[in-house]
Design a protein around this ligand. Structure first.
Ligand code: DAH
Length: 343
């Protein structure tokens, strides 16, 4: 009887040993282990037959079983590390890098022409002592209109021209709102520019877009006059476009400046003679400007008897198109790489 069980243990051990040796992946080995050494495995099943043995015989079978178990566990550990090593080697082989293959060319990005122009513009104004400030694109009507001396009923506030978010919040139609925000926060002397996006209900065409960019400028101090505005614009334009450029101030009306002007630049292509680029005019309209209206200063708690200022707002698309002779504004937004590569 005992011999029978001992033999069974030997047979089981040998057959499990060979399954371990034959197992060719970790899953196989685990299956073998569970099937034979697990709680409900083959070895346990053999040991259950010990019931019929005598007191002296049982420890003999127990010792034999333990010996077999230890041997098998050792074999499993060994085989598992063998298999792991093999897997690792295979992976290394699979992942070999062929250093002789040609590399992937890294194509560096470039600045968008509008960014190039904006950076130049900021640099020019910083060198003249201006600070660059930002303002929100979703803006209160009092900053876009009311405090800029543009009361309810003014055509600029028309729903046909402006995107209303609610009765008193709009997508700003001009960066001029930043003038008010600045004057409410700071007291003179003030010298800021504020570039950013503005929104109008316009259809897209070669010279219009419902989203475009402006740069606002505001200077407030004692004894600021229209002459300061002219000198500043002249310096700015000459640094941007070269010394031969000339400026022309045309009387205009803006509610927040008095006097107000529209400012034209001599066409850099024909130098004022008239050509297709300037539609025969010789001049190209660039910006709106003026001396800050006393009511606007007053609205912001600045005494117009003591202080005065000038302001202007310029379209960044316009400056960019002029500089690079781009005749369709849509090119600036389409992000066609063949176009952008040229700058
Ligand atoms: N806000 C005007 C526009 O969008 C431009 C402008 C004109 C800005 C006169 C100014 C200014 O600061 O003084 O067309």
């Amino acid at each position: 009887m005992i011999k029978d069980i001992l033999d069974k243990i030997d047979v089981l051990r040998d057959s499990v040993l060979s399954s371990i040796r034959d197992g060719c992946n970790l899953k196989d080995i685990d299956d073998v282990r569970i099937k034979n050494l697990g709680k409900k495995g083959e070895l346990t099943r053999v040991l259950k037959q010990m019931g019929n043995l005598s007191e002296e015989e049982r420890p003999v079978v127990g010792a034999k079983a333990n010996e077999a178990r230890e041997m098998l566990e050792e074999a499993i550990t060994e085989r598992v590390s063998e298999l792991k090593l093999r897997e690792c080697e295979l992976n290394i082989k699979k992942e070999t890098i062929d250093v002789t293959l040609p590399g992937k060319r890294f194509t560096g990005g470039k600045s968008h022409p509008m960014s190039i122009v904006l950076n130049d513009l900021k640099e020019i104004f910083r060198s003249m002592g201006y600070t660059v400030v930002n303002g929100p694109e979703i803006e209160e009507t009092r900053f876009v209109f009311d405090m800029l001396n543009t009361p309810a009923g003014h055509p600029a506030r028309d729903e046909g021209d402006t995107f209303y978010v609610s009765d008193d919040v709009v997508l700003r139609t001009q960066t001029s709102s930043v003038q008010i925000r600045t004057m409410l926060e700071e007291k003179p002397p003030i010298a800021i520019i504020s570039p950013g996006r503005v929104y109008r209900r316009d259809e897209v065409d070669a010279t219009h877009s419902p989203v475009f960019h402006q740069c606002e400028a505001l200077v407030v101090d004692k004894n600021i006059t229209f002459a300061d505005l002219k000198g500043t614009l002249e310096t700015f334009m000459k640094r941007l476009y070269g010394d031969s450029v000339r400026l022309r101030f045309r009387p205009h009306h803006f509610p927040y400046t008095e006097p107000s002007a529209e400012v034209d630049l001599s066409c850099f292509k024909c130098n004022g003679v008239g050509c297709p680029f300037c539609k025969g005019e010789g001049w190209i309209e660039m910006l709106g400007a003026g001396v800050v209206h006393p009511v606007v200063l007053q609205n912001c708690g600045i005494d117009p008897e003591i202080y005065s200022g000038f302001a202007f707002g310029i379209g960044l698309e316009r400056i960019t198109m002029m500089r690079y002779e781009i005749d369709d504004m849509r090119l600036l937004y389409e992000n066609d790489i063949r176009f952008l590569r040229q700058f």
